[in-house]
Design a protein around this ligand. Sequence first.
Ligand SMILES: [Zn+2]
Length: 445
Amino acid sequence: MSEILIRNADAVVTMDAARAEIARGDVLIRGGVVAEVGQGLTTSGEVIEARGCVVTPGLVNTHHHLYQTLTRAVPGGQDALLFGWLKTLYPIWSRFGPEEMRISALTGLAELALSGCTLTSDHLYLYPNGARLEDTIDAAREIGLRFHPTRGAMSIGESAGGLPPDSLVEDEAAILKDMERVVDAFHDPAEGAMVRVGLAPCSPFSVSRDLMREAAVLARDQGVMLHTHLAENDEDIAYSLAQFGCRPGQYAEDLGWTGDDVWHAHCVKLDVGEIDLFARSRTGVAHCPCSNCRLGSGIAPVRAMRDAGVRVGLGVDGSASNDAGNLVAEARQAMLLQRVARGADAMSAREALEIATLGGAQVLGRSDCGSLEPGKRADIAIWDMTGIEAAGSWDPVAALLLCGPTRVRDLFVEGRQVVSDGHLVTIDLSCVIETQNCLARRLMA
Ligand SMILES: [Zn+2]
């Protein structure tokens, strides 16, 4: 079996149980897994010199809407709150089709890979003009990232009191049927899986109570995870109180949407009781600090969640509300934002890095990912700390988030190289950018 040795890193951040960091560290990859981590390792296979670098587990992104890379910086949505922002973008998204889904996914996945991400989920909740979940799965296979797409859905259109236009919503029976189809076709429960599918009605304000409940039953029947948006901002809480007569946490619990097979995006407005509920039920959270800043939603109580034992991962969220999809920059933002709310000791660089790696893997149910230990999947990011950003830094691991870089030098997924010397080796990036811009211009016309 082929071997790759990453050798002589200034620091290997293992994220093992002791959170060990190894100076002058090596990582030996055999096949798709980490074979050994330590010092002075040898191989007869390929050697990657990592002097001047920090080696970390690949970063994990727990919330995205990849298709939105085609609607970045749209003028009408630049300064709007969540609901107004959605209403600006829905008509544009209704013109998407399979090609827009595939190319926008390639764009978002490329950006993630270059920022150190090896495993990402995606939340695709609209399927206009023949678009299907596999358009994004094809893109992930092409680029070589580990992928957890979720079959999202919206079923309550404007005419029924919902937010999205009727043209973007689907019939609930058809949604459930397609959820079953994509799980059967693409979900791989095995260790080391490259694709796992989840079920993800868009949000409590775009699907019915019945669909939420039935999706939960279906997910448990099929052994897949559940994902949605929850408690994102004040409007979201007001909607829940007015429409359902309860807070979002109660709504989720009543419909079977708590448990270690569930993760909710945002959770900016969880109160003390809801944080306790999430901790007790092992429900996961995808924290999306840049999106929360961009939409003025607030500061998620991540410090309180972590202290209570809630599992928290990181998400860049869709590129229409970030609008960047740089995951290591997102980790930095997570660290800074907790400090705005709770002071300079509220979150260290190392804790933010833990959330971005091990935390995300735990939220996505991947006990085989998120740390560099023998037997774990070989999902590895190598960060060059010899550039201008980190020049003069004393502590290379902390410097990764306090200073930079924001682009990875090398990236391995399942032991296969995806980024080499700062460049994607699996796709022609300039071609993707050109096609993406061409599609964006067509949407603007
Ligand atoms: Zn989102």
